[in-house]
Design a protein around this ligand. Structure first.
Ligand code: UDP
Length: 483
């Protein structure tokens, strides 16, 4: 396994690795740069059956700041440079695969190589050594199909109507998108600066050469996006999700909880069934200070019980000490603590534990795909506030096609008023027709997901079957090359 160097990419790979190791059928070799491997080594459980292999990389050789090997440490505007720099891995990866193939005497050469979405070029090397190769997309089918199509069909500015809407020429099923749904990078590219689109086209076009694409999603939930990839890429597509880290494994991936699991559980236990709103913007996003103020006012005014994972807003150092008086309304934390209306968790909460608790009624989320899968796996409807990347299109799928979401705001710079937020919270959490319908659909999806991962002899779900098909294809290839 060889993911791109970003936490959001490494985490689904780890989840997949843990899932495969549990079957006792596979050994995993995890490849990455020195710093990422070191971080992984220190966070994996002792005696874990991962082989960790380092691939050489010197960020300074690529005009990146010294020792930057992960999007966590690369300045935001230099992420495209980091992606481009990964093309330098080619000779090293070739040597590494050559070593694995010869070392094992041809009998146990790697069954398959699974690489990150920016490493489609590995297909060429895998073919040279006769090893099956797939890329693994940790996000959803629809969201990534929109994202892929947006990059491949630039510019969109000439096809935009006077209200700012446009269609994707190769993905009409997505229906119309709005210019405010373009991420920062896409907006810059759409205005004629094509530096990043050149890089992305370079790394995405080899997808057509891979043996197939694994996606962390469920066929029944996401078939519009899956159909797009089957049609446009013309390769096998295996939806194998949800592949998720448990709270325990997340801790092993290096995240420290801002609240003890017991305190959180006791607070949730003290609340009525289906009464709590959980609010979180994922592992890396924060909102603007003015948005944070409005959200705090809205949560308090709504009168609903809530858990809010708060980290310093845009413009503050994300790793700095938490200074509530600088970005929350005066006395906010104290008031909600005394009234027991809410729990403010600094930085990191046990999300999966919270979403699986019966007291949780809705999730105000940035709609990162892991958060979406975690919510839907527990039948929790979503209030969407997308921030970046394909999250804008995840919301679209959830709201327009599945009906389990209402979008409340878009991005870090939109103006949002607390009264509007309260209205949406009430629409979703109160016994309104819309709220009841969303809850019903979310419960239906929960069942769909449970069915997809069934693994009984005569009753295998779609995700289990897709995983079987993937390994069968890999085995067939190995048998044919061993002869
Ligand atoms: N997460 C968590 N606690 C937090 C915030 C996030 O456990 O306080 C986990 C969440 O359960 C999910 C992941 O971090 O598994 C976030 O991934 P997602 O794809 O939703 O968003 P990203 O962080 O990649 O933007």
């Amino acid at each position: 396994m060889f993911p791109f160097m970003a936490q959001g990419h490494i985490i689904p790979f780890l989840a997949l690795a843990f899932q495969l190791i549990k079957t006792n059928k596979y050994t995993i070799t995890f490849v990455n740069t020195h710093k990422n491997i070191n971080k992984l080594r220190s966070s994996l459980p002792p005696n874990s059956s991962f082989n960790l292999l380092e691939i050489p990389f010197n960020s300074s050789d690529h005009n990146l700041p010294p020792d930057t090997e992960n999007t966590d440490s690369v300045p935001y505007n230099m992420v495209p440079n980091l992606i481009e720099a990964t093309l330098s891995f080619k000779p090293h990866f070739s040597k590494l695969v050559s070593g694995l193939v010869s070392e094992e005497n041809g009998q146990r050469k790697p069954l398959c190589i699974i690489t990150g979405m920016f490493f489609g070029w590995c297909a060429e090397i895998a073919q040279e050594f006769g090893v099956f190769h797939a890329i693994f997309i940790g996000g959803g089918g629809f969201g990534f199909a929109c994202y892929y199509s947006l990059w491949m069909n630039l510019p969109h500015r000439n096809n935009t109507d006077s209200d700012g809407f446009f269609l994707l020429p190769d993905f009409p099923e997505a229906s119309r998108l709005h210019v405010t749904q373009l991420t920062d990078y896409l907006r810059v590219a759409d205005h004629g600066n094509d530096a990043f689109s050149v890089v992305l086209k370079k790394v995405l076009s080899p997808w057509k050469n891979v043996d197939g694409i694994l996606i962390n999603t469920v066929e029944e939930l996401d078939n519009i996006g899956l159909m797009y990839f089957r049609r446009e890429i013309g390769r096998q597509v295996w939806p194998i999700g949800p592949v998720l880290l448990s709270t325990g494994s997340q801790a092993r991936a290096g995240k420290e909880l801002g609240i003890s699991q017991d305190v959180c559980k006791n607070w949730l236990d003290s609340k009525p069934c289906s009464s709590v709103l959980y609010v979180s913007f994922g592992s890396q996003n924060t909102i603007a200070p003015s948005q944070m103020m409005e959200l705090a006012l809205a949560l308090e005014a709504s009168g609903k019980d809530f858990i809010w994972v708060v980290r310093p807003p845009v413009g503050f150092d994300i790793n700095s000490e938490f200074k509530a008086d600088e970005y929350l309304p005066e006395g906010f934390e104290e008031r909600i603590k005394i009234s027991r209306q809410g729990l403010v968790v600094h930085n990191w909460a046990p999300q999966v534990d919270i979403l699986s608790d019966k007291s949780v009624s809705a999730f105000l989320s940035h709609c990162g795909w892991n958060s979406v899968l975690e919510a839907l796996s527990h039948g929790v409807p979503i209030i969407g506030w997308p921030m970046a990347a394909e999250q804008f299109y995840n919301v679209k799928l959830l709201e327009e096609k599945i009906g389990v979401c209402v979008e409340v705001a878009r991005g870090k710079s939109c103006q949002v008023k607390h009264k509007e937020i309260v209205k949406i919270i009430e629409l979703v959490m109160d016994e309104t027709e819309k709220g009841k319908e969303m809850k019903r659909k979310a419960c239906e999806i929960k069942e769909t997901i449970e069915n997809a991962i069934k693994d009984e002899v005569n009753n295998k779900g779609s995700s289990t079957k897709a995983m079987d098909e993937f390994f069968n294809a890999a085995l067939t290839m190995r048998e044919s090359t061993i002869g």
